[in-house]
Ligand binder design. Structure first.
Ligand code: ADP
Ligand code: ZN
Ligand code: ZN
Length: 821
């Protein structure tokens, strides 16, 4: 927080301060705030961090007040239309965090702040139309003696009575949209973006729980069903899932809503399933855990910012150290934040938190409903919840008195947001901890190269948990050379004989198997044997994936789908050939090879809702299945004791990608997958099938040798000047017209040619995915000697694009990109 912000916040706290103006940050791709006049009634109420509705061009927009003041700026000013929050939704600390993000990631502040205000989820966006004065005059004239069948007149007549929402007009008149557009052009209509309050009673019955609240006065008229339901709830205390109530009381859903409106019963959102899994009592830390904990505790006590890297092998008990550290933090009267890559994938961890911290926990679950999320937000904001568990955006939770931030699986790519602002939640969390004087813990079995490098240089303090809990052995890993397998069997099999034999053994012993396959669909693509043509997406220039279940070819970037042709579209040959192996095909071969096994599959085809992950994982943990097949999401963090075999069907997918992180990602995936085996009392074994058995990523992963991998990879990064030895950004230009995309990228390239001091430029070149969602893409990689140099350069490119009036979305800047694809 700058001194300026502090005085400003101080003034705002004082109710008598009357500011005449406010600076508002708007969600537009322009890097500036806009000054508005505050109307009389809002002068003592508007504060920095509150949302306001303001006119902008021909529209009205919701923005965040970043400052109130009484220095009149030059020029005519528009007035704030409405104050949305009586209390700031973003405090000074979060606004300054937003400023940092905006600066570091070169993203407009307004867009950053919009992403930080969680309550936007609570409201529904709609447009409200009203007549302008000119419109009103015209309407009056036209309406005199006009016939009724003219739809323009109908719209005017409707709007004459009162302003109407877009959806209402649409219902009345299907052609309203085009009429509105032409009326707006003529200046007869004003459009306001409003955010309608969403009615919580509208949530689906499966997501609501009902409980009895109050008896009703004599003489109140209730329907028979309402009386029945009310009586049922009175006789059955506690909360009941509304959809399930239907089986006891017919028509319960409808009756419940009516009763809730009269405040006779209470309806509240369902909590996600699986989260409440009970766990055992706190454990006594083993010596390694204790040593790590003591250093963290000491740092917490000192009240100063410090970052730890807790590098613990899989199954070393990192979670227990987090829990103890959070205990210590709370005991010191401060709050704690835990970030995880995906809550739905770690229900057990969420369960442990509930068990340990009870009511003090707020879980920012992505499966939560808007209203539920708003409720959690308020509990955090009000101080009732002092332990917050969330995913990437949880880093913006309105926590007061933050003392500890834990980032679990810090290497995970889901911390990086793939749209503007392209921030990395891990790095933002560290910045937030620094501002709050808090301790940050980054935990991983496979730390990212950058993080491990920071620990080596002393910027982070390294804590190591080199052994599994109770000295359980690390799993034994075998690498299976699939080229050799082919030579010996002369068959293109998905599973080697060794893997089949080992799975059979598990089935006989009643132990469980996880099979990792990093690609979905029945087979990865279709090619012509005669001419080599691959079937590609018409929008994206990437191969289409065959999905057998619905016999379609699907694009995984844009969802374009088509039927499988019977002949090659290029040469007419009939020899179309299915290449590669998808998880669907694996499952089919599994059913064939192990007809009695109970098999579950988890990937984005079977797992639609996030709650589904929990159901499948829960079933697997409970022993409902013998084999779990899935994409990389099964490699993440699960702790299922009865899994004694992990099979990696093909370790090669991913190694061939044109991306400097390919080796790192492969190493992390294999090590994490291997780490799922043998976590209980039974030792585990891991089989990795590959056609690149000598690749160092595969070799070190099979030895579970992180340090070996790190030493080798860091040499490569240094030699090639990749992060952490440079500050990297990917600059992408895109356009519907290939010519334009090409011209823009060429101009950017020329601007940086010859490369100024301290910069190295790669490209411009066609992006690895040259066409996506009908847009042509070219990219330019910028390697800079330091942050400052990188940031200046990116700003220069942005200014250049603005001066040339390129469209606001044609330039995409990704600072610290995790993928170049
Ligand atoms: P990691 O996240 O490091 O892979 P976990 O935190 O999942 O490991 O811990 C692995 C297992 O060991 C869990 O079942 C956990 O409950 C258990 N565990 C952790 N600490 C202890 C301890 N001190 N004593 C006994 N069991 C422990
Ligand atoms: Zn062909
Ligand atoms: Zn596509």
């Amino acid at each position: 927080m700058t001194d300026h912000d502090k005085t400003n916040a101080g003034k705002n706290a004082c109710a008598t301060a009357q500011m005449l103006y406010c600076d508002v940050s708007l969600p537009v791709p322009l890097d500036q705030s806009f000054t508005y006049r505050l109307p009389e009634t809002l002068r003592h109420r508007a504060q920095a961090g509150c949302r306001v509705l303001v006119p902008f061009g021909s529209r009205n927009l919701t923005g965040v007040v970043v400052k109130t003041h009484d220095q009149p700026p030059g020029g005519a000013l528009k007035e704030v239309l409405r104050l949305i929050d009586e209390e700031p939704v973003l405090d000074a600390e979060l606004i300054s965090l937003g400023r940092w993000i905006s600066q570091y990631y070169c993203a407009p502040l307004g867009e950053v702040l919009r992403g930080m205000t969680p309550l936007t989820g609570e409201t529904r966006k709609t447009k409200l139309y009203s007549l302008t004065d000119a419109g009103r005059d015209t309407a009056r004239q036209l309406l005199l003696g006009a016939a009724d069948d003219d739809s323009t007149l109908q719209v005017l007549r409707l709007l004459e009575a009162r302003p109407l929402s877009a959806s209402y007009l649409q219902k009345k008149l299907p052609q309203a949209a085009s009429i509105i557009r032409s009326l707006e052009k003529k200046g007869f209509i004003e459009i306001e973006d409003i955010e309608a309050q969403r009615d919580p009673l509208r949530a689906s019955s499966a997501r609501l729980r009902a409980s009895w609240l109050a008896s009703y006065p004599d003489g109140m008229k209730l329907t028979k069903r309402e009386r029945e339901l009310h009586a049922f709830l009175e006789l059955h205390p506690g909360t009941h899932n509304l959809a399930e109530l239907e089986t006891s009381v017919a028509g319960a859903s409808q009756a419940a809503r009516a009763l809730a409106r009269r405040e006779l019963i209470k309806l509240e959102p369902e909590t996600p399933t699986g989260v409440f899994a009970a766990e055992g009592p706190p454990r006594t830390l083993n010596p390694h855990q204790l040593q790590a904990y003591q250093q963290i505790e000491e740092a917490l006590r000192s009240g100063k910012f410090r970052t730890f890297l807790m590098h613990g092998v899989t199954g070393s008990g990192k979670t227990e150290v987090y829990l103890k550290s959070i205990d210590a933090c709370i005991a010191l009267g401060r709050s704690a934040l835990l970030l995880v890559p995906e809550i739905a994938l770690t229900p057990a961890m969420a369960g442990q938190f509930f068990h340990r911290f009870g009511d003090r926990v707020a879980i920012l679950h992505s499966a939560f409903h808007d209203a539920e999320r708003a409720e959690q937000w308020r509990r955090i904001r009000g101080g009732a919840a002092t332990v917050v568990v969330g995913t990437r955006s949880g880093v913006f939770a309105p926590i007061r008195g933050l003392g500890l931030v834990v980032i679990d699986e810090e290497h995970d790519h889901s911390y990086k947001q793939q749209e503007t602002p392209r921030y990395n939640g891990r790095d933002v969390a560290i910045v937030r901890a620094q501002a709050a004087g808090a301790v940050a813990i980054l935990g991983s079995a496979t730390p990212s190269l950058e993080t491990r490098y920071n620990a080596a240089g002393g910027k982070y303090t390294l804590l190591e948990l080199p052994e599994r809990i109770e000295q359980r052995p690390m799993p034994e890993v075998e690498v299976i050379d699939m080229r050799q397998e082919f030579l010996e069997t002369r068959k293109q099999a998905t599973f080697s004989r060794r893997l089949v034999e080992t799975v059979t053994e598990r089935l006989e012993k009643g132990e469980q198997t996880m099979l990792l396959l990093n690609r979905r669909g029945f087979s990865s693509y279709v090619a012509c044997r005669a001419c080599g043509e691959r079937l590609e997406c018409i929008n994206c220039a990437v191969t289409l994936t065959y999905h057998r279940r619905d016999r379609r070819m699907l694009c995984h970037y844009c969802n374009y789908a088509q039927k499988v042709p019977s002949v090659c579209p290029k040469c007419g040959s009939e020899y179309l050939h299915f290449i590669g192996t998808g998880s669907e095909k694996v499952e089919e071969e599994l059913h064939r090879d192990f007809p009695t096994a109970r098999i579950a599959r988890m990937d984005r085809d079977t797992v639609s809702g996030k709650r589904h992950f929990e159901t499948i994982l829960h079933g697997f943990r409970e022993g409902d299945f013998d084999i779990l097949v899935g994409t990389q999401m099964i490699a993440k963090g699960h702790d299922i004791p009865n899994v004694t075999l992990v099979g990696v069907v093909s370790a090669d997918i991913g190694l061939g990608l044109p991306d400097f992180r390919a080796a790192e990602r492969t190493f992390q995936l294999l090590t994490q997958a291997a780490g799922r085996a043998g976590r209980g009392d039974l030792p585990g074994i891991v089989l990795i099938q590959t056609i690149n058995p000598e690749h160092y990523a595969i070799r070190y992963a099979s030895e579970q040798n992180y340090n070996g991998f790190y030493e080798k990879e860091i040499q490569f990064r240094k030699l090639m000047r990749y992060p952490p030895f440079c500050a990297l950004a990917n600059v992408l230009v895109r356009s519907q017209k290939q010519e334009d995309a090409l011209t823009m990228s060429t101009e950017l390239g020329r601007l940086l040619d010859p490369a100024p001091e301290g910069l190295k430029i790669l490209g411009p070149a066609e992006a690895p995915v040259p066409k996506l969602k009908s847009e042509f893409r070219y990219q330019l990689l910028i390697k800079a000697a330091n942050r400052k140099r990188l940031n200046e350069t990116l700003r220069e490119l942005q200014r250049f694009a603005q001066e040339r009036k390129w469209g606001p979305t044609s330039l995409v800047i990704d600072v610290d990109p995790l993928t170049l694809l």
